[in-house]
Structure formats: C-alpha cells, structure tokens
Design a protein around this ligand. Structure first.
Ligand code: AMP
Ligand code: MG
Length: 337
C-alpha cells in the first residue's frame, strides 16, 4: 500500500474523513502524540489498527469525540466526577474511563464494558471527526513498543506501507500521551499520568484520587491491572536506557567511569559530560521534557546508540508523566547513587 504524507488542507481533511467512514485507518495529529485513527463503531477498522501497530489485542483503544452530543453515543451512566472532569478539561489531553456506549465496538475496548474517551483540542483532529460525523478510536501511531511519534515523519517511519494516509500537522504540543483517569469508582484512579496533572484533577474534584500501581512500578505480565496498557514494555528505543537517580555531580562521575563505545547521555539543558549527549529540557521544565522526550529517544536510534544514561526527572506535576514514560523506555532499569 502506498502511504501518502500530506498537509492538512481542506481537501486532505475531507479525504481523511472519507477514508475513516470507509473503514480505513489514518495517521492524525493530536495535541498529545500522533494517533492511528479508525471508526470506533467498525470492528474491521479497529482490527486494522491493531494489525498495523502489532498491538496486543487485550490493550484497549481511546475513543476520540469532537462535541458533547457524540458523548451520548459512546458512553453511558456518567458519574458526576466524569462530568466535572469533562466540562473542565475538554477539549484537551485528558482521557476519562466510563461505561461503554453502543457506539463503540467491543474490539475497540478489548472486550471491556468500559471505554476511555477524550475530546482532543487539536484543530485538525477535531475537523476530521466533525466532518466524518463519527468518533474515532486511536492509539499512538507507532509500532507497538516503540517511542510514540510526536511529528509526522516519525509516523511515516513506523507506518509507511501499512496505512493509506498521514496528515502532517507539525509537532505535537504535549509530546506525551493523554492523562488517563478512571471515573468508574467512587474514588477516581489515575491510570496514566500526562500533562493534565493529578494535582489539577484533585483540585477540580475537591478530593484525593488514587494512583494505579502500574504508574510508577512494574507489574507482572499475568497480573490483573485496571489499565491493560500498563503491562507492556513501551516507548523503547533500540538502545538500552538506564536512569541514574542522583545529583548531577554523581551522575557525571558515574557515566564517565562507565562509558563504552556507543554510550550516550540524556541530559538537562546546560549540563555537560564527557559523552555524546542529547538534551531534553531544563531540570525544572517538566513541560519541555515531556515535549522532547520521545523525539530524543528516537534520535538516539538514528545515532546508533547502544546505551543511554538518562538524568532522572522530578515526579511531580507533568514530571510524573515524563518519569512514567522514561522508566518504561528503560524497562524499569534505575540506578540510584
Ligand atoms: P494508547 O492507545 O497507546 O495511548 O494507550 C491507551 C491507554 O489507555 C492504555 O494504557 C490503556 O490500557 C488505557 N485504556 C484505554 N481504555 C481503557 C479502559 N476502558 N479501561 C482502562 N484503561 C484503558
Ligand atoms: Mg501507545
């Protein structure tokens, strides 16, 4: 199959919508990362998404809507917490897990009676949904296990020959996937951190929320988890990534002592070690770290890195999302000095 990589003109947005209505899969920009979109109600379209990514079939997809009327088709019995969160953070990078409505096929939710729903703020994604008149389900548009794509070139790199169309909407703002919160329980549960922070959610709900085990810790493959996606190795470049939890002086001493051929460093802006290095933002700039992380991980592959020693981000605010992605890309390999 030929994969067209095109600019978001009205004509190409119309083409993307038509392809979705016909049950095809399209690469689309969102404010988080690029998505691989297919009609949420069409089991055949959804199967094509899983196949193109090589995604495990038990890992559910997020359903994307463009207005509140669509919400009634894809969800039911919304709790007051779910409604408060939707009214506050939509359109934007928050996915809310609620009871599944008939407009989402079981293939899309991996057989679950719940569904993660989000209303993206990215104008191109919204126009495609509006024009097609149907919600789309979309995971990140990478091959399963690889870092998520934050620009159209990275989508092309993973999806060339597998899907008919990729819309190039430039670089994604956030750079990490949406925050996922389950509103099925009396006390909502953070399933995946993102740029909408735990602190922001708690302030809107006026209560503390729980954090699922898989957010910061490794869960066993056969362990039952609230969010199936947490079980899998994720976001990994070819190089082995090792997070070093320490201050900069100890980091520098350790990596310079342990460097070999193909060893690189992932640093905060302004730092310097005697190793080829890439930078992913200021030590206190968690938003920049989120924005840059995945593209830097992909850049290490282009450079042929074998080992990457990474500076450890803070675990508060958006930093929790950065740490959650980095620790998965490292296969939970952390050295504390
Ligand atoms: P991705 O499509 O790669 O952005 O991953 C979607 C994430 O949302 C995965 O971690 C899923 O496990 C999670 N998710 C989606 N739908 C549900 C659901 N119904 N219940 C729990 N987690 C979900
Ligand atoms: Mg993904």
């Amino acid at each position: 199959m030929e994969t067209k990589l095109v600019k978001p003109t009205d004509e190409m947005i119309a083409l993307a919508s038509d392809l979705l209505k016909k049950g095809e899969v399209v690469g689309v920009p969102t404010e988080t990362v690029y998505g691989l979109a297919g009609d949420s109600s069409n089991a055949e379209a959804i199967k094509k998404i899983f196949l193109a990514k090589g995604r495990p079939m038990d890992n559910p997809l997020i359903c994307h809507i463009s207005n509140f009327e669509m919400l009634g088709r894809v969800a039911k019995d919304l709790s007051s917490d779910a409604i408060k969160l939707a009214r506050t953070f939509w359109p934007g990078p928050l996915t809310i897990v609620v009871k599944r409505g008939d407009g989402v096929c079981l293939e899309s939710t991996a057989g679950l009676d719940s569904v993660g729903i989000r209303m993206p703020s990215n104008e191109i994604a919204r126009k495609i949904i509006e024009r097609a008149g149907i919600p789309f389900s979309a995971p990140s548009a990478n091959l399963s296990g690889r870092p998520s794509p934050t620009n159209a070139k990275d989508v092309f790199c993973d999806m060339n020959g597998k899907i008919p169309l990729i819309i190039d909407g430039g670089e994604c703002d956030a750079g990490v996937e949406s925050t996922v919160v389950s509103a099925l329980q009396e006390t909502p549960v953070l399933l995946r951190p993102g740029v909408v922070t735990k602190e922001q959610i708690e302030s809107v709900l006026g209560k503390k929320i729980d954090v699922a085990k898989g957010v910061l810790e490794q869960v066993a493959k056969d362990e039952k988890v609230l969010s199936p996606g947490m079980k899998y190795r994720h976001y990994a470049p070819n190089a082995s990534v090792i997070i070093i939890k320490s201050d900069f002086e100890k980091f520098k001493e350790y990596v310079e002592k342990n460097k070999a051929d193909g060893t690189y460093a992932l640093l905060f802006d302004g730092e310097k070690v005697d190793l080829p290095s890439l930078y992913y933002g200021g030590a206190d700039d968690d938003k920049a770290q989120a924005h840059n992380l995945f593209s830097k991980l992909r850049e290490f592959d282009e450079l042929g890195a074998k080992t990457v020693f990474a500076r450890c981000p803070k675990q508060t605010g958006v930093g929790l999302a950065v740490y959650n992605r980095l620790i998965r890309s490292a296969g939970f390999h952390v050295i504390e000095l």
